[in-house]
Ligand binder design. Structure first.
Ligand code: ZN
Ligand code: ZN
Length: 337
């Protein structure tokens, strides 16, 4: 029984009416001289069913950071997560969620004042029609893809590199892509592609299609070990999710943002139970170890954290909670400060 279908006016409208009456204000909307009950005019307007452009901006010291939504994708997390029976469904249920879980894919654009740096490029055409919006969000946020100087890649999975190309062409023609040598050696290797089981070949092909055009243009640079990849931006190796997965640490004027890529996927399950791994991990044990190590550090130093797959914009802080962690989303601000 749907109480909204009852013919009496909704309670909220009657309350609003009473409030207006008490203020001595006009109580009914009029159209052609006929009095209409409050609410009728709204009901006639068609529902718009689209979201606002997906970008959100904040300052980290003197660096301007724009979170970009590539879209969302429904993930069968009940099949993907490696957890004892019931743990995934109870975690989801506690958060009023269910599988398949609508999962954000976020990228981040950093304007240091002298360079425009993109952290991950979204899925492009590699992950279905609900993703691939990152380049459009860059434009909606006031920039052009041609202005991007550098792109740092957390790892070479398709939802992080697919947006580098469109129709085989570089979407960011003036950008140099930076990635860990270990991911290049793994994902761009024909020998590994040939040896991979049929179900996994797409990951290699996606990485090759996305990165080879930059490599061929001399625009792919690799690094090994931790260090400053660009002024104000450090790499921190967290291998495991892929052989060359990295997090990036942005520092400016004493402020810090740690962009952690795929160190975690499902907030509602893996925060409370950070030992739970996901089927996308190349080395699940190592991925778990790196998640625990870094999360402990982030929870103790209170760093601002940006996450690829937490609900957009995916920026907040971690704190210790029980045997795991809790997420404290960044408070919304209408100003960029
Ligand atoms: Zn991944
Ligand atoms: Zn991912």
């Amino acid at each position: 029984m749907n109480h909204l279908s009852a013919s009496t006016p909704p309670r909220r409208s009657r309350l609003a009416l009473a409030t207006l009456q008490s203020l001595g204000l006009s109580l009914a909307l009029t159209l052609g001289g006929a009095a209409l009950p409050l609410g009728s005019a709204q009901a006639a307007a068609s529902q718009q069913k689209v979201q606002a452009p997906g970008w959100y901006r904040l300052m980290v010291g003197a660096a301007e950071v724009t979170a970009l939504s590539d879209g969302t994708v429904d993930l069968p997390v009940d099949q993907l997560l490696h957890a004892p029976k019931g743990k995934v469904s109870s975690g989801l249920k506690k958060h009023y969620l269910a599988a398949p879980l609508e999962t954000s894919v976020n990228g981040f654009l950093i304007n240091t004042g002298s360079r425009l740096i993109l952290v991950d490029a979204g899925a492009g055409s590699l992950f279905g029609p609900t993703l691939g919006r990152l380049a459009a969000q860059i434009v909606a946020a006031g920039y052009q893809p041609e202005q991007v100087d550098d792109i740092v890649i957390t790892h070479m999975h398709p939802d992080h590199v697919g947006g580098l190309v469109a129709d085989g062409k570089r979407v960011f023609p003036n950008a140099t892509v930076h990635a860990d040598q270990a991911d290049k050696d793994f994902w761009l290797s024909k020998a590994h592609l040939d040896a991979a089981p049929a179900a996994n070949k797409g990951f290699f092909q996606g990485a090759m299609a996305s990165l080879n055009p930059y490599d061929e243009a001399g625009k792919l640079k690799t690094f090994s070990g931790n260090g400053e990849v660009l002024p104000g931006l450090r790499t921190h190796a967290t291998h495991g999710h892929t052989p060359g997965h990295n997090v990036y640490v942005l520092e400016s004027e004493g402020k810090r943002l740690v962009l952690i890529g795929d160190l975690i996927h499902v907030a509602s399950v893996q925060l409370e139970s950070p030992e739970v791994t996901i089927g996308f991990d190349s080395d699940a044990g190592q991925a778990r170890k790196e998640r625990l190590r870094l999360f402990k550090q982030l929870a103790s130093d209170g760093s601002l954290v940006a996450v690829s797959h937490f609900p957009f914009p995916g920026v907040g802080r971690l704190r210790a909670s029980g045997k795991g962690f809790a997420w404290v989303p960044l408070n919304y601000s209408s100003q960029v400060k």
